[in-house]
Design a protein around this ligand. Structure first.
Ligand code: EPU
Length: 338
């Protein structure tokens, strides 16, 4: 176990925001987490679990002990008649894991291609894109409890997945370290191409029954066309969740803005496209200091160079106020603000 002090977190968050961790420990497996828990001083100190840093906004230095999860390894656990069970270490890069499963002939994660971050961070916010959410392919995960040092296996029920949400954002927030995640990839594989952008690709190419690799390529192309690559322009993906409203609220907004983009949900409520609401308020391309609203997708805030966390949050609050002023809807940030 390696204990480092005064570590810059700038390279470890995809927004590229400056912050310093007083203490940082790299964790390569369950035993490393236990060593931290049993450590005479680190044991009792508050902890912050850092994955790929693709879903955090750092607004200050970190007095907590930052645990940087670097658990590696990818393997087929078991092939069943109805599914492949595949496992990856929490520190593996998510997109590389998706590409690896496809190359091995185990499809099912292709709609989730190119999502930045690590495998261990994926269940925390129940990542989702183009009609598939992590919870649809989840089997179980291994975690270590930060109070007791005990390793546990958690199933979907305990993880309590919701829209960009799970128990790891609530009662287990920084209480446990996810070390490995297992996925259940159903057989026979069937493409999920109902999402509008994918339907469009199908129509454009005339390919009616795409392979998993084809869907993977389409998703990569769609994402590259409208989302900034964090390696080039710092960002944390969608900055706000798509708000869920009642049918009455939605009717009221349609009455005033007939073009509003919305999706009826199975439970009768309605999900509004936050990107559309922000765009309608004229935010595309606007900046506060070095923080800006991405030109091609108003839901994504970007780092125009040397942004600091407070500039990002000032911009975020101004967006929230203007959307509230015009539509009466409170947007909720999707990344964890520290
Ligand atoms: N729109 C605009 N202007 C904008 C942005 C969007 O009019 O500036 C409209 C689009 O034309 C579209 C609608 O709003 O009709 C929705 O946009 P899009 O389909 O791009 O999806 P989204 O709601 O912006 C969500 C997820 C993404 C995920 C995509 C694809 C959330 C908060 N975001 O975005 O997830 O990749 O769907 O499934 O749920 C992420 O969580 O970081 C993320 C990128």
């Amino acid at each position: 176990m390696q204990i480092e002090s005064g570590v810059s977190l700038k390279p470890y968050n995809t927004f590229g925001l400056p912050a310093v961790a007083q203490t940082l420990v790299r964790v390569a497996g369950d035993a490393d987490v236990r060593r931290v828990v049993d450590h005479p001083t680190l044991g009792r100190a508050p902890k912050f679990v850092l994955g790929g840093g693709s879903n955090i906004i750092l607004t200050r230095d970190m007095p907590q002990v930052v645990l940087k999860v670097e658990v590696r390894g990818m393997r087929l656990v078991e092939e069943r008649a109805v599914a492949w069970i595949v496992e990856a270490g929490a520190g593996e890069n998510w997109h590389e894991f998706v590409a690896w499963t496809l190359a091995q002939g185990w499809p099912g994660l292709e709609n989730l291609a190119l999502i930045p971050g690590t495998v261990g961070a994926a269940p925390v916010q129940n990542i989702g894109a183009y009609g598939v959410e992590l919870q649809d392919r989840f089997d179980s995960l291994d975690a270590v409890d930060l109070l007791t040092g005990r390793s546990v296996v958690l199933g979907a029920e305990i993880c309590a997945f919701g829209y960009r949400d799970s128990v790891f954002k609530h009662s287990l927030h920084h209480r446990s370290v996810i070390t490995r995640v297992r996925f259940r990839l159903p057989k026979p594989w069937r493409p999920v191409v109902g999402y509008l952008d994918l339907e469009r690709k199908r129509a454009e190419t005339g390919i009616d029954a795409p392979s998993a690799q084809q869907v993977f390529d389409w998703v990569c192309a769609i994402r590259r066309a409208k989302l900034p690559d964090p390696a080039v322009i710092g960002n944390a993906g969608s900055f706000f969740k798509n708000p869920i409203v009642s049918p009455e609220q939605c009717r009221d907004i349609i009455g005033r803005d007939p073009e509003v983009v919305y999706y009826p949900l199975p439970d009768g409520s309605i999900k509004l496209a936050a990107g559309w609401l922000i765009d309608a308020c004229g935010w595309k391309g606007k900046t506060v200091g070095q923080a800006g609203v991405y030109e091609k997708q108003a839901l994504v805030l970007v780092n125009r160079g040397d942004a600091i966390g407070s500039e990002v949050m000032t911009l975020a609050r101004a967006i929230q106020e203007s959307v509230y002023g015009r539509f009466g809807i409170r947007l909720e940030p999707e990344p964890v603000v520290v």
